[in-house]
Design a protein around this ligand. Structure first.
Ligand SMILES: O=P(O)(O)OC[C@H]1O[C@H](O[C@H]2O[C@H](CO)[C@@H](O)[C@H](O)[C@H]2O)[C@H](O)[C@@H](O)[C@@H]1O
Length: 320
């Protein structure tokens, strides 16, 4: 592929995802527009008065730190405890680009709801948590199932096409694929993206996007993490509900679809996990997964306290 070809230019644009180092004033201006969810904790909890908080959590870069090997992106036990506790008080869903089984194997909490493959593989078990009605049916929603044979074929082709690039890794996420270049020499990034794009030229029903040092291949259907979040809210019985406050925490471009939905609905808050300023539709920010853990722990403490206060008020009322 020639360096001046249109696909080459597109490859370069896709790879230009790394934000440049911000100037100090740029960072503070950004923080004013997207303040820390920890420092705005009281505002967030006041907005939830009389409402059920529903928690949506991305996995990589949100619950687990970014690491070189995608197969070793484990979450800490402390983070697992924080998510488990949060799920006792708030319906909690994991919304990930990963294949649903794989993200479940990392999280290992059966009481949560899972949406894998960027929301294209949603499973809501029959009645797993106290938040669902006793007679709720299990829901399995896979809007891209007809693409499975195509995705498998492209997976094999990409394995072959990228094997000459040291460090490249192709991950099969069932309804979508990831081509990782975190461990590829930067000089070879454009060549790798060109290779991926040449494969995709044969598949107009698939599209290419980029995330954190990863190229993502997925069906062109109009479905994303935002739609998955809305679908989950509906399945959990919160459709058209005014007394619900969805909180979505994520770090990547694909999470922006969910942030945008919340912004347009004027309901709930998007929280972007990032240390550097990024264009985002999220309301708030957190710097890294450890801050996500702090935020979840504070929410649980706040809810426990509120619960205790309600209980003492009821006891006091009965005493008379
Ligand atoms: O929606 P997510 O749960 O955030 O999934 C997005 C992609 O995450 C994974 O890749 C990212 O994390 C890896 C492990 O830390 C890292 O090596 C890689 O560079 C990141 O892009 C996952 O492996 C991908 O399949 C997901 O699409």
């Amino acid at each position: 592929m020639k360096a001046s070809s249109p696909t080459h230019a597109k490859a370069a644009a896709l790879l230009a995802s790394a934000p440049s180092v911000p100037k100090p004033d740029e960072h503070s201006t950004w923080m004013m527009r997207h303040p820390s969810a920890l420092s705005m904790f009281d505002e967030i909890t006041s907005a939830s008065k009389g409402k059920q908080i529903v928690m949506f959590l991305d996995y990589d870069g949100t619950l687990s730190p970014i690491v070189d090997d995608p197969d070793r992106a484990f979450m800490s036990d402390a983070m697992r405890d924080a998510v488990r506790e949060a799920a006792r008080y708030f319906p909690t869903a994991i919304v990930s680009g990963r294949c649903r089984d794989k993200v479940y194997n990392f999280v290992r909490l059966a009481e949560l709801y899972y949406a894998g493959s960027h929301g294209m593989d949603i499973k809501v078990p029959a009645k797993k948590s106290s938040f669902r009605k006793a007679n709720s049916k299990a829901v399995l929603f896979q809007p891209a199932s007809k693409f499975l044979p195509m995705i498998d074929e492209v997976y094999k082709t990409l394995l072959d096409a990228t094997k000459s690039t040291p460090g490249a890794k192709v991950e099969n996420n069932k309804f979508c694929l990831s081509v990782h270049f975190r461990c590829v020499d930067e000089k070879r990034w454009t060549f790798l993206a060109d290779q991926v794009m040449s494969v995709l030229m044969e598949y107009p029903m698939l599209r290419l996007t980029s995330g954190r040092k990863v190229l993502e291949i997925r069906p062109i259907i109009k479905w994303d993490k935002g739609k998955a979040m809305e679908f989950l809210l509906e399945s959990l019985g919160f459709a058209e509900c005014k007394d619900v406050l969805p909180l979505y925490i994520g770090d990547d471009r694909t999470d922006e679809d969910a942030f945008r939905v919340l912004k347009n609905r004027g309901q709930g808050f998007g929280i972007l996990v990032s240390k550097v300023p990024k264009e985002t539709s999220a309301s708030y920010s957190l710097r890294e997964p450890t801050e996500v853990m702090d935020f979840l722990q504070r929410l649980v403490e706040w809810k426990r306290l509120a619960f205790k206060c309600d209980l003492s008020r009821m006891e006091a009322a009965f005493a008379f």
